[in-house]
Design a protein around this ligand. Structure first.
Ligand code: PMP
Length: 306
């Protein structure tokens, strides 16, 4: 079922009324921040669990601070609004919530300060965002935006032009997804995913200073790999050619979930098949997000009263 209502201008409105003027600052200049949050339907519990909802709104707060935006609600209020939105939509399926805070003034003039901010939240059904059974990736000719250009650690609307350039190039060159490098030529991340390598019995992922979005799935993987598999993660600078020699590579993100990579720049990764570590992490991840693991229920916000 599609969405019936959205949240906008402080109210729940019919979805069709979710429109903005062509003169909106955030539309013209990309001056907005957003989040992507998944909710997973658990048929046994007759419940939707929103995964790590609090952490997403805490990141939204940090993104907004960088863009000199004021959030109209506290994290607790956002949590209440989000669950209410899904309830009002009566959704009983996997959903994707998209909160956007944007500069809503109708003016010409590029700046950040002294502008009005507004908030829209939608909740819509969403299946897989990218393939989760083995991706073929290409290293992009587009470099990841730098912290001193458009900070990647903030989830800025305009920053996704960078991601779109890389993604289209990858698809048009016959790959499934792009891997982006920093200006220094180190591995940064996918177009909308963080990246992990498995090599020498450890997980390796680009450090926060490598112009990555500090992914909530990335953090989930680090915690779950250590706790469930006893595998530590090293956050460090990663060279491009380490990708080719890794035993396994996978991408992860709210949309992407855990997406194993089987080929990069026409070179098979490991055996060229989905590896055992990515497989195990994927299984654990899907159990955790669907609320099937009691010890991780703290990350799952139920939508419907039990
Ligand atoms: N990097 C980028 C550029 C992204 O857009 C995303 C998706 N939000 C991620 C990484 C993964 O972040 P998360 O796990 O918090 O969804």
């Amino acid at each position: 079922m599609g969405a019936k209502v959205l949240f906008m201008n402080g109210d729940f409105l019919p979805f069709e009324q979710g429109t903005i003027s062509v003169r909106t600052h955030g539309f013209a200049y990309g001056t907005g921040c957003f989040e992507g949050i998944r909710g997973y339907w658990n048929a046994e519990d007759q419940q939707i669990y929103l995964f790590r909802l609090r952490e997403h709104f805490e990141r939204l707060e940090r993104s907004c601070k960088i863009l000199q935006m004021s959030l109209p609600y506290t994290v607790d209020e956002f949590i209440e609004i989000s669950t209410e939105l899904v309830r009002r939509n009566g959704q009983r399926e996997d959903v994707y919530l998209r909160p956007v805070i944007y500069k809503s003034d109708q003016i010409i003039g590029v700046r950040l300060h002294g502008l009005k901010d507004d908030c829209i939240i939608t909740s819509e059904p969403l299946g897989n965002y990218i393939e989760i059974t083995g991706l073929r990736c290409g290293v992009s000719s587009w470099r990841r935006i730098d912290d001193n250009a458009i900070p990647a650690r903030a989830k800025v609307c305009g920053g996704y032009v960078n991601a779109a350039l890389a993604k289209s190039e990858a698809l048009q060159n016959g790959f499934d997804e792009a891997i982006m490098l920093t200006n220094e030529g180190h591995v940064s991340e996918g177009s909308a995913e963080n990246i992990f390598l498995y090599l020498d019995g450890e997980l390796v992922t680009p450090a926060p200073s490598e112009n990555i979005l500090l992914g909530i799935t990335r953090d989930t993987v680090i915690q779950v790999a250590q706790r469930e598999l006893g595998i530590p993660t090293r956050e460090r600078v990663v060279d491009r050619t380490e990708l080719y020699n890794a035993d396994e590579v996978f991408l992860c993100g709210t949309g992407a979930q855990i997406a194993p990579v089987i080929e990069i720049d026409r070179r098979p990764i490991g055996t060229g098949n989905v590896g055992p570590i990515a497989t195990r992490l994927q299984e654990l991840y899907f159990d955790i997000v669907r609320g099937k693991r009691a010890e991780y229920r703290k990350w799952c916000t139920p939508v419907y009263s039990l």
